[in-house]
Design a protein around this ligand. Structure first.
Ligand SMILES: [Zn+2]
Length: 56
């Protein structure tokens, strides 16, 4: 499980999501689109997730 925080990506936003599955990754993507007006491709989200995983 990986915690993704908007703050980590430079947003002034306290949104945090614990990503356990692809569904939740898509939910984060939806948050980005709706709240921040940025559309991330699924591949970009996966890259974020993978780089998070590699940090551990
Ligand atoms: Zn946010």
């Amino acid at each position: 499980m990986v915690k993704i925080k908007c703050v980590d990506y430079g947003f002034e936003c306290d949104y945090v999501i614990e990503v356990e599955s692809q569904d939740l990754l898509e939910k984060f993507g939806a948050h980005m689109t709706q709240i921040h007006g940025i559309e991330y491709q699924k591949e970009s989200l996966m890259t974020m997730l993978v780089s998070k995983l590699n940090k551990k």
